[in-house]
Ligand binder design. Structure first.
Ligand code: ZN
Length: 560
């Protein structure tokens, strides 16, 4: 692998516009940076992992700050002294180069501190010291605790398994790389992918952007749409009926065309020649100079590209593995597993667009479009449980939802149960266990307003999870593994993932569970949701203090 510089492309000394995807990379110590020698207090036993020095130097060359985040319970257990640990860390820096920060948890599991991974305290502390936020950090580590800490802080996680990493930890990880150099390759690839290789000479008038399918699909495309809006005079979105309400909430859109596309939508209508003619004519009347067609994996942009050609649009960009002939001017490729918002940003970048420097690569909503919260929701600080989904496999099983409400309300949480008009029976049943039933009383806008005032959202892999991500509200994600978590999980928001990530439905994209009883989610113990809320620092009720352990005041920092 060559030495990587972000100044690749034709920027010739100019800094590429738009924010970088990451500011900092946080690294676990034992098993990630150096070989794991249990409770080592001897600098002579420090052995770097293969390729570590060169990989870290590539991150430094790319302008990323580096920090170590490490559990050292050997301190609490008296296996080595702080002085010995400092000598080990001096040796690590001698071999691997300098780190901008070291964050160490000196506690044991029994201390109940907020810094020992999987708690997110070390990630918060490192981000703060480095002058950034967890969402702008990646954490590389070799076990599930590292990934859980990254997710609970809203950071990106990359797992580099060793022989001691358990298979279920590999299944659960948002991203997996073969080793540290490969993890660095992936981080730098993602960073390059969201920035145009060369500046555009022109500024187009109207650009047509397209994202069919459901609310969640439209929400995760938001950053890509904002990037296009930053470089064009006017943006028109073509979306389907199920994505319309989400489109209304997105910044950067000047006009919306709502039209079902029979080659995208689930339960599609038959192709009607008159309807296709009307759509083509409508697209022509946008007077768009160009189009960017956003799709998800396994959706083809090519039928629409043909209509756009017939409508006179001359420059068309899309992701297509299939040969497009003369239908596309920019044919983009994205490796599987890339988070959907970055997939959209990378297509926008391939078309020459990037976010403005003050716009973060995260999901956002227009808060001026949020309607008032229904009074029945009560004071802010409740936990929202949204049990349903348009896709059965991605919903929370009703029995589990009921038990979650019971357990949370017994622990002092106020639970608000939400659902669409067709889910009233479900929400009524679930809320009867001790929650407030808002089923059928929220459109997407009201639902966003309700979630905005929540301490956390408990939800399957469905649209409201992306609303929470856009509002910065922590998510307890009951995530069936039918699609990759790293691609579809809540983006850049504190999250705990629950459910069996290695279940037989993994990567099947099944819409009905192929295994009787939906075991990947129905086997989740409701008590895990309670633990998740505590890990996320979400208190029960408004007036009560945040539950923290006796050692929280240490914050994990300071010891070096
Ligand atoms: Zn600690």
């Amino acid at each position: 692998m060559m030495s990587t510089s972000l100044a690749r492309g034709n920027w010739s000394g100019m800094t590429p516009p738009g924010p970088a995807l990451y500011d900092a990379v946080l690294l676990d110590r034992d098993g990630t940076l150096i070989e794991d020698v249990p409770y080592n207090g001897d600098p002579d036993k420090v052995r770097p992992m293969p390729g570590a020095r060169e990989a870290l130097d590539r991150l430094r060359a790319a302008g990323l700050r580096l920090a170590v985040v490490t559990n050292q319970s050997g301190l609490a257990r008296g296996c080595f002294t702080e002085r010995q640990m400092r000598a080990v860390h001096a040796r690590v820096e001698e071999l691997l180069g300098p780190f901008d920060d070291w964050q160490i948890c000196p506690h044991d599991d029994t201390d109940g501190c907020r810094c020992r991974k999987p708690a997110p305290g070390l990630v918060h502390a490192a981000a703060r010291t480095l002058g950034t936020t967890p969402a702008r950090c990646v954490l590389i580590g070799d076990i599930g605790r590292d990934m859980a800490a990254a997710l609970a802080a809203g950071a990106t996680g990359v797992l580099v398994p060793t022989p001691v990493t358990r298979p279920e930890e590999i299944d659960e990880a948002p991203a997996v790389a073969r080793d540290l150099p490969a993890a660095v390759d992936e981080i730098l690839r993602r960073m390059r992918a969201v920035r145009p290789a060369a500046p555009r000479a022109d500024r187009p008038g109207t650009v047509l952007v397209v994202r069919s399918d459901s609310a969640g699909d439209v929400l995760v495309t938001g950053p890509g749409i904002r990037a296009v809006a930053a470089g064009a005079d006017r943006v028109v979105l073509l979306c389907g009926p199920r994505g319309r309400a989400a489109a209304e909430l997105l910044p950067g859109i000047d006009d919306i065309i709502e039209w079902p596309l029979p080659w995208i939508d689930g339960n599609p209508p038959p192709v009607d020649p008159d309807d296709i003619h009307r759509l083509t004519h409508r697209l022509h009347r946008t007077h768009a100079d160009e189009a960017v067609i956003f799709t998800s994996y396994h959706q083809s942009p090519l039928p629409l590209a043909l209509l756009l050609r017939l409508a006179g649009i001359t420059r068309i960009a899309a992701i297509s593995d299939d040969y497009p002939g003369s239908l596309l001017d920019i044919r983009h490729h994205v490796p599987p597993g890339t988070p959907e918002p970055e997939r959209a940003l990378s297509l926008a970048a391939a078309a020459g667009y990037t976010l403005t420097p003050d716009d973060q690569p995260r999901l956002r909503l227009r808060d001026d479009r949020l309607p008032p919260v229904p009074a029945a929701a009560g004071e802010p600080g409740y936990v929202v449980l949204h049990p349903g989904s348009s896709v059965e496999t991605r919903a929370c099983p009703p029995e589990l939802a009921t038990r979650i409400v019971r357990v949370l309300s017994a622990a002092g949480y106020r639970v608000v149960v939400t659902g669409g008009p067709d889910e009233r029976e479900l929400t009524d049943r679930v809320a009867a266990a001790g929650g407030v039933d808002l089923g059928g009383r929220t459109g997407l806008g009201e639902l966003a307003a309700v979630i905005a005032r929540a301490g956390a959202l408990v939800v399957g892999n469905t649209g409201p999870a992306h609303l929470a991500a856009a509002l910065g509200v922590p998510v307890v994600s009951l995530f069936a593994p039918t699609v990759p978590f790293g691609q579809w999980g809540p983006y850049r928001v504190p999250t705990v993932r629950l459910g069996d990530a290695g279940a037989p439905c993994r990567d099947t994209r099944a819409v009905r569970c192929p295994v009787p009883g939906h075991p990947c989610l129905s086997a989740v113990e409701p008590g895990r949701v309670l633990e998740a809320l505590r890990l996320l620092g979400v208190p029960a009720g408004v007036a009560e203090p945040v539950l923290v352990g006796p050692a929280a005041a240490h914050g994990g920092g300071g010891v070096r």
